[in-house]
Design a protein around this ligand. Structure first.
Ligand code: GLN
Length: 480
């Protein structure tokens, strides 16, 4: 089997019986065993169950029972519940939590025939941009082991970049799919808010949490999305609408270009992005200058809203119902306090404290209400832009992958990593990061943003771009 295989290629090999699911699954499990000690991208593998499912898939294939992802192994970020398996969110708080049910997207992918290889590493409770806050230790970037893979879906991005999983799920609250995709040179996609169910995904900030994928190609992202998405009565914010039909294939598009967002980038990153713009222009797309006036206040507003929601969501970990229970504490308050002190890491505590503060009487209007108003203005900026363009181009990240521990002292420096991705979550828009070149040997991602339910145009443009470039086919030297 070739090292780099897209889901589409694997499906073709399986359907034409050139390879069995058992062989593919064994190969990926062997790669994880052989090489993941370098990256730390998986926190658990389900070898036996995966091989059993692979045998069953082979039987189905030989009986002609074909499904979109039949017999293809994938990894799930450890934020998604997989029935009967530990789901820890890479936190000591959930160290021994065994999920009693499958997340809807896990179930949907399984119904489409996908096989679960195991769980991937992440920042604790999905809070972070470097995958350094995991209780399982940091993930390393396959392009350079001294660098972070991005976060919080760092394990999923590194696993796909290192070719030890053909695709993985991820979650994106402020950039946690697109930022690691950009740092690791893979395709990171999240749809319109509400299209992928949040049921069974451990909550961080519910109004911003988007399940999505990390894949090698845009075609694969589409394949995963078609199997994952759909209305779910168990998620109160699940959409009853579908994304626009793919039939109306639109070849030439108007692409919004907020050039002020590109002007502060280091040259090494600006250059590949400029090249990407030219390629898209040569394809007959029109570039139109747009303005996003509230872009600069998005990060501040995001950290108010996401921390507020996190402090409410994480209030459930009281040491009584589930989660870590401290051995000390004789009253309920004491037990709760000790359990939370022992169970949560430093960054999670920082978010809970910030969230509790901005929601408190006396500060609520000044912070929380104001941030919500800003959120509306950001959304309106995008809606106005989409009156004259089909899609928007943007950088995915302001830098390439930084060194491990580079931001230990100043967490707000890390928060600025999300400047190009958080506004998109605030507006609930579909977006992806696709590889568009390298800067000093590290991958650079181009972000493409669509209007609500505009996934099909997003996929079209991404597929076109990948048919003209080979950045998505490059492999890190750590693999050879
Ligand atoms: N890095 C951002 C944060 O720490 C985004 C996280 C995410 O998308 N889950 O909040």
């Amino acid at each position: 089997m070739e090292t780099v295989q897209s889901l589409v290629q694997l499906r073709e090999l399986l359907e034409t019986r050139q390879i069995s699911s058992y062989e593919i699954t064994s190969e990926y499990l062997a790669r994880i065993r052989r090489t993941d000690c370098q990256f730390n991208s998986f926190v658990a593998t389900y070898d036996e169950a995966a091989l059993r499912s692979a045998q069953l898939a082979d039987k189905h294939i030989s009986d002609g029972l074909l499904k979109p992802l039949i017999g293809i192994p994938i990894g799930h970020k450890d934020v998604f519940c997989v029935k009967g398996e530990k789901t820890t969110c890479c936190s000591s708080m959930l160290d021994s939590f065994v999920a009693p049910y499958d997340a809807t997207i896990v179930e949907n992918l399984q119904n489409a025939g996908a096989i679960c290889l195991g769980k991937t590493n992440m920042d604790e409770f999905a809070m972070g941009s470097s995958n350094e806050t995991s209780k399982f230790g940091p993930v390393r970037n396959p392009w350079n082991l001294d660098r972070v893979p991005g976060g919080s879906s760092g394990g999923s991005a590194a696993a796909v970049a290192a070719c030890i999983a053909p695709a993985c799920t991820g979650s994106d609250t402020g950039g946690s799919i697109r930022q690691p995709a950009s740092f690791c040179g893979v395709t990171g996609f999240k749809p319109t808010y509400g299209l992928n169910s949040r049921f069974g995904m451990i909550a961080f900030a519910s109004s911003l949490d988007h399940p999505g994928t990390l894949t090698r190609t845009v075609e694969d992202a589409r394949l995963m999305f078609n199997s994952m998405s759909g209305h779910d009565t168990q998620d109160s914010t699940s959409s009853t609408l579908k994304s626009a039909s793919t039939k109306s294939k639109q070849k030439q598009m108007k692409l919004g270009y907020p050039s002020s967002l590109f002007s502060d980038l280091p040259n090494s990153i600006a250059r590949p992005l400029e090249e990407a713009r030219k390629i898209l222009e040569e394809q007959g797309n029109t570039i139109i200058e747009i303005d996003l006036p509230h872009f600069n206040v998005a990060v501040a507003a995001y950290y108010v809203i996401s921390c507020a929601e996190a402090s409410a969501n994480l209030a459930r970990y009281d040491g009584i119902r589930y989660g870590l229970r401290s051995k000390q504490g004789s009253t309920f308050d004491e037990l709760c306090e000790r359990s939370r002190s022992e169970g949560f890491g430093q960054e999670v505590k920082r978010r809970i404290l910030t969230g509790t503060f901005v929601l408190s009487v006396g500060h609520y209007d000044a912070y929380y209400v104001k941030a919500q108003k800003i959120r509306r203005l950001i959304r309106d900026d995008y809606l106005r832009a989409f009156e004259s363009v089909d899609l928007i181009l943007s950088p995915a990240t302001p830098t390439t992958a930084f060194r491990l521990h580079a931001m230990d002292r100043e967490p707000t420096e890390m928060y600025k990593q999300d400047q190009f991705t958080v506004p998109v979550n605030m507006a609930g828009l579909p977006a992806m990061s696709i590889p568009c070149g390298f800067a000093d040997g590290l991958p650079v991602g181009l972000q493409i943003i669509g209007p609500h339910f505009g996934e099909s145009n997003l996929f079209e443009l991404g597929v076109d771009f990948q048919s003209l470039t080979d950045w998505h086919l490059q492999c890190p030297a750590t693999l050879s």
